[in-house]
Design a protein around this ligand. Structure first.
Ligand code: MRU
Length: 302
């Protein structure tokens, strides 16, 4: 896996030979982003099978790494039910992810006008999905269709996924962007400089509440204050029908030293945006609109 901790300074590759290596890569965020975590776990299960480890032992090790991303448990459940060769399964999941990304990017971009200035948070491009990206994919498709003027990239405290990873991806694609401090979003909107917010998701509850990188919720609040549409882009695998509302989504707390080394600190890695602040959700199964309990149930074929 490409070690995302070293980017953008260095393109360093990590070799994972055992499921323990994959679990550590996920825990330490060498590989990160909800769909990419699910994919890495599927390949981890294939490594476990090769080294003779029991499926359930490998599954519980992987599940213990990061609690918020729905795609982790989803990929493991699918692998358990698939009953096929675990490596073939992991490869098919990767193909499916690319297809889902491509479709949701097309659907999301179609909702945009021309020459828009889009603000995004965290990193949701190919690094985060192993495919085309979620919100990052929508942004790329919009750029290719002439619908985008520029991207505002939230730096994304404390680990700087925006300033390090999204900026790196957009730069490689030649998409114009400017990095801003997370706390600048409100004043940018107040000055009329943001046409739309598009973010990813780590878990979407059955009622449409969205867990995503900490700092997403305040963005949704200021977007509503300024009448700026707030969209979530995610594959259906990020929707967890067994989590009724955002209140039941487990929020990962990471090492406080990531926020402030040597000081008393608290480091919730995600927050929950209530469904009522979400304009639409772009998925490969269609653009979901409120009331989300109904549109989500339809998307999941329930
Ligand atoms: O802690 P991270 O970097 O794994 O958090 C990632 C996010 O919050 C992304 O927005 C989310 O996983 C969607 S990725 C397509």
């Amino acid at each position: 896996v490409l070690d995302q901790r070293a980017l953008p300074a260095e393109e360093r590759w990590l070799r994972c030979e055992r499921v323990e290596d994959v679990a550590e890569a996920i825990r330490s965020m060498a590989v990160r982003g909800a769909p990419a975590i699910g994919l890495a776990a599927a390949y981890g299960l294939a490594l476990a099978a090769r080294t003779g480890m029991q499926f359930e032992e490998a599954a519980s090790l992987l599940l213990s790494t990061r609690p918020t991303a729905a795609n982790l448990g989803w990929a493991i459940d699918r692998a358990r039910a698939a009953g096929e060769d675990p490596l073939d399964f992991a490869r098919s999941l990767e193909t499916d992810q690319l297809e889902a990304d491509t479709r949701l990017a097309e659907l999301g971009a179609e909702c945009m006008g021309r020459g828009e200035r889009v603000l995004t948070h965290c990193n949701t491009g190919p690094l985060a999905t192993g495919g085309y990206g979620t919100a990052g994919g929508v942004i790329r498709a919009a750029w290719e269709q002439g619908r985008l003027e520029q991207v505002w990239v939230d730096e994304t405290r404390p680990l700087l996924q925006g300033a390090r990873l999204t900026a790196w991806e957009l730069g490689r694609l030649g998409i114009p962007y400017r990095v801003v401090a997370d706390s600048a979003a409100g004043s940018l909107m107040n000055r009329g400089l943001v046409d739309r917010v598009v973010v990813g998701a780590d878990r979407i509850a059955a009622n449409g509440d969205v867990a995503n990188k900490v700092g997403t919720y305040p963005l949704a609040v200021v977007a509503e204050r300024h009448g700026v549409p707030f969209h979530v882009a995610a594959p259906v695998s990020t929707i967890d029908p067994d989590t009724p509302t955002g209140a039941e989504i487990p929020i990962e707390e990471r090492d406080p030293s990531e926020v402030a080394a040597g000081l008393p600190a608290l480091n919730p890695a995600f927050d929950v945006t209530p469904a009522e602040l979400v304009t639409t959700i772009f998925t490969e199964a269609g653009v979901l609109e409120p009331p989300y309990d109904q549109s989500i149930a339809r998307a999941l074929g329930r």
